[in-house]
Design a binder for this molecule. Structure first.
Ligand code: PMP
Length: 396
């Protein structure tokens, strides 16, 4: 009988939203979950997504299953978006992919595939997105970490990263393509080159997780620079893309998992095995969100609208970074808050400790994860004063 099933703990991030929803404080703030909010704190649907969705509906398409690999046109547009329309490697047929249940689903399928054909383990940055470890553990992999963040100085620990990668025996190395979650610290291009060299030398396989292309810098080409450099450097590699943040398609679950094979046949063989991993999981992916992305990326005018609107979102976040920092400094906080503006992407890895985070929630109705990660997307001109004065209060 199942009578003795214990209650499970709430998810660290999703549970926060539940706690936020049950707070009755008028000034409550949710800076936990990484979902974009406009300057009035409201969820946001990109205008270009509404236009593309209307066009998709107008077409009156049927609701048949997509194949196991999803919608081919969507996958083609996704590969161009990440690898570059003019990529010779893409044109050579060495890059192939499948549609996935957003980034999370792609990560899980990759984990299962790697366990079957690659090896027993995976190396993640310390820290990494909280869901990475359980996803790969549930895929049957041993999860280990390489040094990534210099917690003391709030910056990238590039020396530690290179040393750990060079010492590890050959395995799959997960890299955040841009806007590392949760730290907001990325290698610069020179550092990426050093990472590429070390990975090659140590014989690792590279797996990029790209959840913020376009959202990080406001320029989708620039945000793909790490991926494209690794391709240029001749790595066989894999990539998972998420359209949750950049297209704001969170609940539609749109993603793509692709590989750069040693040649076109190798890529096709890998895709055939990815499909064998997908089939018993969920059979085939949902079609609606993928059709929207395909529509946008197949039309030059819509694609430009997307790029403009994505840039607007990232600019609002960058503005909120400087406002949060200047407000904190204006209140007389003597702490060094320069990392708020030097970090990129959706999050500010604030350096607040778990006790300070608890005080923010209990005394000021501000909800963020206990690692001190603040979603900048939840900061607005209307609440930045309240957030700053509360942070100042708990860090005095
Ligand atoms: N990877 C990283 C680094 C992320 O930050 C996220 C979103 N929080 C994801 C993957 C997956 O998100 P989704 O499943 O919504 O695409």
């Amino acid at each position: 009988s199942l009578g003795s099933v214990p209650a499970g703990p709430p998810d660290a991030i999703i549970g926060l939203t539940d706690a936020y929803n049950s707070s009755t404080a008028p000034h409550k703030v949710n800076v936990g979950v990484g979902a974009y909010r406009d300057d009035s704190g409201k969820p946001y649907v990109l205008p270009v997504v509404k236009v593309a969705e209307a066009r998709v509906i107008e077409k009156g398409l049927n609701k048949e299953y997509a194949g196991i690999a999803g919608i081919a046109g969507f996958v083609d547009r996704s590969l161009e978006f990440a690898y570059g329309k003019n990529s010779d490697t893409l044109k050579s047929g060495r890059v192939k992919g499948v549609q996935t249940l957003s980034g999370t689903g792609g990560l899980r399928i990759w984990g299962e595939f790697w366990k079957k054909f690659g090896g027993d383990g995976i190396l993640l940055p310390d820290p990494s997105w909280g869901n990475h470890t359980p996803i790969f553990k549930n895929s049957g992999l041993n999860v280990e970490t390489y040094r990534y963040f210099d917690y003391e100085n709030s910056k990238l620990n590039i020396d530690g990263m290179l040393e750990d990668l060079s010492k590890a025996s050959p395995t799959c190395v997960l890299l955040h393509a841009c806007a590392h979650n949760p730290t907001g610290c990325d290698p610069d291009m020179g550092q990426w080159k050093a990472v590429s060299d070390v990975i090659k030398e140590a014989g690792h396989y590279t797996f990029f997780d790209c959840a913020y292309q376009g959202f990080a810098s406001g320029d989708a080409e620039k945000d793909a620079a790490s991926i494209r450099m690794f391709v240029e450097e001749g790595h066989d590699m894999a990539l998972v893309q998420s359209y949750s943040k950049n297209f704001g398609l969170y609940g539609e679950r749109v993603g793509c998992l692709s590989v750069v094979g040693s040649d076109a046949d190798n890529a096709a063989n890998i895709v055939s095995q990815l499909k064998i991993c997908i089939r018993p999981n969920y059979s085939n992916p949902p079609v609606h969100g993928a059709r929207i992305v395909e529509e946008v990326l197949s039309d030059a005018a819509l694609e430009q609208d997307f790029r403009d609107q994505c840039k607007e979102m990232s600019e609002r976040i960058i503005l909120m970074r400087s406002l949060l920092r200047s407000t904190l400094e204006g209140l007389g906080s003597e702490k060094d808050w320069s990392h708020i503006t030097s970090q990129i992407g959706m999050f500010c890895y604030s350096g607040l400790n778990p006790e300070q985070v608890d005080r923010l929630r209990e005394e000021f109705d501000i909800f963020c994860t206990r690692d001190g990660r603040i979603s900048m997307a939840g900061v607005t001109q209307g609440n930045v004063e309240h957030i700053s004065s509360s942070i100042h209060e708990v860090t005095k």
